[in-house]
Design a protein around this ligand. Structure first.
Ligand code: DNO
Length: 349
């Protein structure tokens, strides 16, 4: 596996100067072009400028997270054909610049969702948490008051968007994903890009919006739509692992064994049977997931793709983008590389 690290560009308080000091980042930086509106083509010049900046710090740039999918595509609106053509062109442009993997998601309206951005833990660190009850109590039709999303949509825009989704149930959303994949995967295949869909986080419908990439059967169905390696997964242990029915290690063995995982997000969560969870340090004994067993599963299936330590807690007084501080993610990268090195050198009993 190739360890990588997410960087949010020039506005990220975690700088490339700091990131390069983390040992073992063979997979380099995971980033994106952030100043092109969703749905428009990413110009080659912008991709190249980003790549040059990253490479100037001695780091590789192979993985994009994410090229966002416009809501009109998820809604199946007539405008989708133009937007899909733009997405295809962005794939071509990224390939022309030497990128290898594109992470994206197909979650309606909201990407990852939490109810608390800074839950205080016993050791004084803070972390992201999700409560089913709290999310059910949020009335987003009155305007949004959701941690991390407050300023993303004006209330009227959100209301209109939710109204449009009223007629999109899970099967409709599947048909829109089907249409999208059949259009973009052949392009990705032709130019040598691996598409890697990120699962829904948390893996359950929220605010009445369908979510269709949340468990083993969804992943299997999705991969069959275009049954070729270019149609692959970002297997996020924390997103899928927040679903009590999901066994992440088994998912790695099944889909990694079939060569369909191109990007692994590794983080730990402490979950309850009701679906509540909080994010923990990466170590196995801090959360509900056995990270050592998951890393071993990747090793056993001969995984050669990209990995990144996913969200970390906020520790040592750090402030910044929730989940994306430097310290806990750096500890995660080193811990996960250590697990890999141990399995690699000594096998596991
Ligand atoms: C959360 C991330 C997600 C991910 C997107 C991919 O921290 O893992 O926001 O980047 O879902 O499109």
């Amino acid at each position: 596996m190739k360890m990588s690290f997410r960087w949010y560009g020039d506005s990220d308080p975690v700088t490339l100067e700091y990131i390069r000091q983390i040992p073992g980042l063979e997979g380099g930086i995971v980033s994106a072009v952030y100043d092109v509106p969703v749905g428009e083509v990413w110009p080659v010049e912008k991709i190249q400028a980003l790549k040059a900046k990253i490479e100037a710090h001695g780091l590789a740039f192979d993985v994009i997270e994410s090229v966002p999918v416009h809501e009109d595509i998820k809604l199946g609106k007539p405008t989708r054909d133009r937007l899909i053509a733009n997405y295809q062109q962005t794939i071509r442009n990224l390939a022309a610049c030497g990128l290898k993997v594109i992470c994206y998601n197909f979650m309606p309206v909201f990407d990852w969702t939490r109810t608390t951005l800074a839950k205080k833990l016993a050791d004084g660190s803070t972390t992201l948490a999700f409560s089913v009850k709290e999310v059910e109590e949020i009335d987003i039709s009155k305007g949004i008051s959701l941690p991390g999303w407050d300023s993303s949509y004006k209330p009227e825009k959100l209301k209109a968007l939710l109204a449009e989704y009223a007629s999109v149930d899970a099967e409709k959303l599947w048909s829109h994903l089907d249409y999208f994949l059949k259009a973009i995967i052949p392009v990705a295949e032709e130019v040598g890009i691996k598409m890697a869909i990120h699962p829904d986080d948390p893996p359950r419908p929220i605010f009445g919006l369908p979510r269709i990439v949340k468990n083993r059967d969804d992943l299997a169905r999705l991969l069959k739509i275009v049954d070729t390696p270019a149609n692959g997964l970002t297997l996020c242990s924390g997103s899928l692992g927040a679903g009590p029915e999901n066994n992440v290690e088994a998912l790695v063995r099944e889909f990694g064994g079939e060569g369909r995982i191109h990007f692994a997000h590794l983080r730990n969560v402490k979950i309850t049977p009701q679906g509540d969870f909080e994010e923990t340090a990466h170590r196995s004994d801090c959360g509900s997931l056995d990270m050592a067993a998951i890393v071993k599963a990747y090793h056993d299936v001969g995984f050669t793709g990209y990995v990144r330590p996913d969200h970390g807690r906020m520790i040592w007084g750090e402030t910044g983008k929730p989940g994306y501080g430097l310290y806990d993610r750096a500890l995660g990268a080193v811990y996960l590389n250590g697990l890999w090195e141990a399995v690699d050198k000594f096998g596991a009993r």
